[in-house]
Design a protein around this ligand. Structure first.
Ligand code: KG4
Ligand code: ZN
Length: 341
């Protein structure tokens, strides 16, 4: 079985072709970062308009690179949510129309299920069941993944997501959008022990997160101070430390409470190098294994949408002719792959 997948939930337009036998045949991506940079964040209307411009050429390129004619496709997967509703609609309408024209099924994929399943593209994929820590710009959740489509929420953030905390504190330091990777770069050059920010909710039992207090702590630290490059790096270092330590501690706690021995870390923040180093240390200490997507598939892409879409199409699932797009969509509401016996 071979499918085309389209991603357009935020500021990345992407298309990919995945085959059950041949694996990932192509993946194309256009990032709108430059478009949104002058505004310091994603402007939803501009994002939608740019997806309209970019998606079809990306689809053509993905098919060409995969050496695939539309007749060889068995379905079209697209991100149906959660995300920016206008952006989602552009990809959903395109995918639905192509599927209709080609006479094949289409399936609306949950963006977070895509992030969760992205490590299945790697040579050493995670076993099921496992725990997943999903850390992106919009979400910070810990879930128990029994199988594809069987998700139990263990804990989530009460306010800002981890990626959002990176982005917002980066903005306070005057770093350009998107701040997360910029802050991480600066943090690696910073000195430890100069600043110390709170580890939110670490002292409390449970698996909830809260990152909104970090912005205020950083604001207080930089206010009225002459910020040299060195000081800026030191603040970045302390921010990264606080976020990473919290994520590692809560993930370790989830491994402990579930008794599982495999952890998937995915979503944009899983590209963070400090997080990977610290998580590896915790894993060695506590006897669990950690699985990541390759770095380019940590952030938004269509390959991960293809993985989730292919799994569901193979199980015989697809959607009606309606164009499906949901700004909000609880992950736990997804159906399991096959009906339980
Ligand atoms: O998964 P993603 O591409 O989009 C969402 O679904 O949200 O994640 C984007 C988020 C942004 O907040 C970005 O700043 C963060 O991931 N991010 C990072 C790094 N690379 C991306 N945060 C920390 N360190 C990084 N290396
Ligand atoms: Zn994402």
């Amino acid at each position: 079985m071979r499918i085309l997948a389209i991603e357009s939930s935020c500021d990345e337009s992407a298309a990919a072709v995945l085959d059950t036998a041949g694996g990932l045949l192509s993946h194309e991506l256009y990032s709108q970062v430059e478009l949104h940079r002058v505004y310091g964040g994603v402007v939803p209307e501009l994002a939608s308009r740019d997806h309209v411009r970019r998606l079809l050429p990306l689809v053509r390129e993905a098919l060409k690179r995969a050496g695939t004619q539309p007749q060889a496709l068995d379905g079209v997967a697209y991100t149906a949510g959660p995300g920016l509703i206008g952006a989602l609609l552009t990809g959903a309408a395109l995918a639905r129309s192509l599927a209709q024209a080609w006479g094949i099924p289409a399936i609306g994929v949950h963006h977070l299920e895509g992030h969760l399943l992205a490590p299945l593209l790697e040579p050493d994929p995670p076993p099921f069941p496992h725990v997943a820590l999903l850390v992106s710009g919009g979400h910070t959740i810990l879930i128990e993944v029994q199988a594809i489509g069987e998700y139990t929420l263990l804990g989530e953030t009460r306010d800002d997501a981890a990626g959002e905390a990176f982005d917002k504190t980066a903005k306070l330091l005057g770093l350009p959008y998107p701040g997360g990777p910029e802050l991480a770069r600066l943090a690696d050059a910073g000195r430890g022990g100069v600043f110390s920010f709170p580890r939110p909710m670490l002292d409390r039992p449970g698996l909830e997160f809260s990152f909104s207090g970090l912005k205020t702590a950083v604001l207080h630290a930089v206010q009225g101070r002459e910020m040299t490059d060195t000081l800026r790096s030191d603040v970045a270092h302390a921010v990264q430390e606080a976020i990473v330590e919290t994520l590692v501690a809560k993930a370790s706690r989830a491994m402990d409470s579930t008794g599982l021995d495999a952890l998937v870390v995915s979503g944009g923040v899983s590209a963070n190098r400090a997080l990977r180093v610290r998580m590896a240390e915790a894993a060695a200490r506590n006897g669990f294994r950690v699985f990541y997507p390759r770095v380019e598939f940590c952030t938004d892409n269509a390959a991960m949408i293809a993985v989730a879409g292919l799994a569901r199409l193979r199980a015989g699932q697809h959607d009606s002719l309606a164009i499906l797009a949901r700004a909000q969509w609880p992950l736990e509401s997804l159906p399991p792959l096959a009906p339980p016996l």
